[in-house]
Design a protein. Structure first.
Length: 307
């Protein structure tokens, strides 16, 4: 039987339509790529926990739903540098699409393991000093993120407003942590410029915090507790010990999340909001932006909280 050109064309069009419907039906039913994101945290304390909470809220706001279109691998080194290095190595070996690094040591540990996987930091004080980026305006590496560095002069001004009679300020911190050293040096310069005197005492172990604060309280009018991971994890012990002497020294913390126990007041950035901003940066990267071209975002003005 002879088939006319008209009928042949109609058959071909019908087959094309059927094929198109089949393609789109198959495309709709095909599983989407499930993103794999890792979160590596330096330690367990309230500021870093708040940053992680902000990251997870930010991911949810960006419609990354865990178990549906994203899997999240959460790791926490609990302040152990050796464990941090091992966790970073394990995470990179699993080849996630992106790594969140909470805290300067976590960001450094992750960056040592990969120059290709995007790393978005949170609660990192100085990316350039930590050698994570070439500059904070133009990172030029696979690392970018949000910083918890604040205006030290503003912090000193708030401290003087809270304790106008305090002249000598004591600081305990772990000098092995780069971000803590940067924060303490900035505060010391600002305090000196404001006419105050600063006494600094290095601390290397949690067991030394309370006795050092008890002894140091004789020499100072107040304590300023930086966002040092060791100090933040034991802030209540520091503040309590500093009040045991005949001349008690109140403690002011550098983060609202550290306002616990007998801490007198806290000033600092909103870590949860900083984490949310880190999630926004991550979304831009997952949408195609290059980490090295995304500048580091800094916190807005300090907040002050009193009991």
């Amino acid at each position: 039987m002879r088939i006319s050109r008209f009928h042949l064309a109609a058959v071909l069009v019908t087959l094309a339509i059927i094929g198109a419907f089949a393609f789109f039906a198959m495309h709709r039913s095909a599983p989407h790529h499930q993103l794999r994101i890792a979160i590596l945290s330096t330690a367990s304390h309230d500021s870093l926990t708040a940053a992680q909470r902000g990251i997870e809220a930010g991911l949810a706001d960006a419609e990354y739903d865990e178990g549906e279109n994203v899997t999240i691998d959460r790791r926490n080194a609990d302040g152990d540098p050796a464990r941090l290095a091992t966790l970073a190595q394990s995470i990179v070996a699993s080849q996630p699409d992106l790594i969140f690094a909470i805290g300067t040591p976590a960001a450094q540990a992750a960056a040592r393991q990969t120059t290709k996987i995007p790393i978005v930091g949170a609660a990192v004080t100085d990316y350039a000093a930590a050698r994570l980026v070439k500059s904070e305006d133009a990172p030029g590496t696979n690392v970018t993120g949000t910083s918890d560095r604040y205006d030290a002069a503003a912090a000193v001004a708030l401290l003087r407003e809270l304790l106008p009679s305090a002249y000598t300020i004591g600081i305990l911190y772990d000098p092995r942590e780069l971000s803590s050293a940067v924060e303490v040096q900035a505060f010391e310069r600002a305090a000196t410029a404001a006419g105050l005197h600063v006494e600094v005492l290095p601390i290397f172990h949690a067991e030394g915090i309370a006795p050092s604060a008890r002894w140091f309280a004789h020499r100072v009018d107040a304590f300023f507790a930086p966002t040092d991971h060791l100090i933040a994890a034991h802030i209540e012990e520091l503040a309590a010990a500093a009040l045991e002497n005949d001349t008690p020294a109140p403690t002011i913390a550098a983060s609202p999340e550290m306002l616990r126990g007998p801490v007198f007041a806290a000033l600092g950035i909103d870590y949860e909001k900083s984490g949310q901003e880190a999630a926004a940066i991550a979304k831009a990267i997952l949408d195609g932006e290059i980490p090295g071209r995304l500048p580091i975002r800094h916190a807005e003005a300090l907040t002050m909280t009193e009991k």
